[in-house]
Design a protein around this ligand. Structure first.
Ligand code: FPP
Length: 239
């Protein structure tokens, strides 16, 4: 939603986006099958969202299923779909009580009916909440999102000379939310994996070796402390 602006150089932390990695390794290290790692990776969701909200963060975005994740074995893909449905059933009431507004980012088209229903239901129940917006990227790909935006621009017959950042941003899944200030990736990998590639142009990155199912309140606070020590310049000189 927001364009980049030099006046926006404070340490305000409005939007945190998380690449939840390491569920498989967590399961491995506990002698469990991968699906148990994914299940454990849904148990900390409410705690993590609440911990960010308590620190004044208004937008939390989770990368739960990428377009590339379809390449995983069929049973793991099905397991992630089942978990989304199960997690909505288990967490929706609590998140609703916490004033969380849930929003989906991604392509609903080729998701199974039950998944689309669970997403639609959670969006509908929580749409009036304003304490924190929880965006769940599910069947999401950053390049696919940009391609969709370009198609919409063509469909809307926008003139060549009228193409601006704003025109593109208005057609991304994230049109209603600001760019992420901080992107966290757990489990030691240091890459973006096609996540919010347009929106992360000026984001800060925080990488931790902690596996996603072990990520909790103390890790939230540690990430925020590190973020507050960063100097954001948005291409300008330091003031
Ligand atoms: C990465 O771990 C994690 C995922 C691909 C899925 C994340 C999904 C969840 C936490 C559950 C569903 C989410 C919601 C919001 C209901 P990995 O499998 O790549 O771990 P590994 O690299 O250790 O194998």
């Amino acid at each position: 939603m927001t364009g980049t602006s030099v006046s926006n150089t404070s340490h305000a932390l409005n939007h945190v986006a998380i690449i939840m990695d390491g569920n498989g390794r967590w399961a491995d290290s506990h002698g469990l099958i991968r699906s148990e790692g994914h299940r454990q990776g849904t148990k900390n969701l409410r705690e993590v969202v609440k911990a960010f909200a308590d620190e004044g963060v208004s937008f939390v975005t989770l990368y739960a299923f990428s377009k590339e994740n379809w390449q995983r074995p069929r049973n793991e893909v099905q397991n992630l779909f089942d978990l989304l449905v199960e997690s909505v059933a288990q967490n929706l009431e609590g998140l609703h009580q916490d004033g969380v507004c849930i929003q989906h980012l991604g392509d609903k088209n080729n998701l199974p009916y039950e998944v689309r229903e669970a997403i639609g239901h959670s969006e509908k129940i929580t749409q009036g909440n304003y304490h924190v917006t929880l965006s769940v990227a599910f069947n999401y790909g950053g390049r696919a999102e940009i391609i969709e935006a370009v198609k919409k621009i063509v469909k809307d017959s926008i003139a060549f000379s009228d193409i601006t950042e704003r025109v593109i941003e208005d057609r991304l899944y994230t049109s209603a939310i600001p760019d992420p200030d901080l992107i966290i990736r757990t489990a030691g990998e240091k890459r973006l994996s096609n996540f919010l590639i347009w929106q992360s142009a000026y984001s800060e990155y925080y990488f931790t070796d902690v596996l996603w199912p072990d990520f909790g309140k103390a890790d939230v606070q540690k990430a925020i402390r590190e973020y507050k020590n960063r100097k954001r310049k948005f291409g300008a000189l330091e003031s």
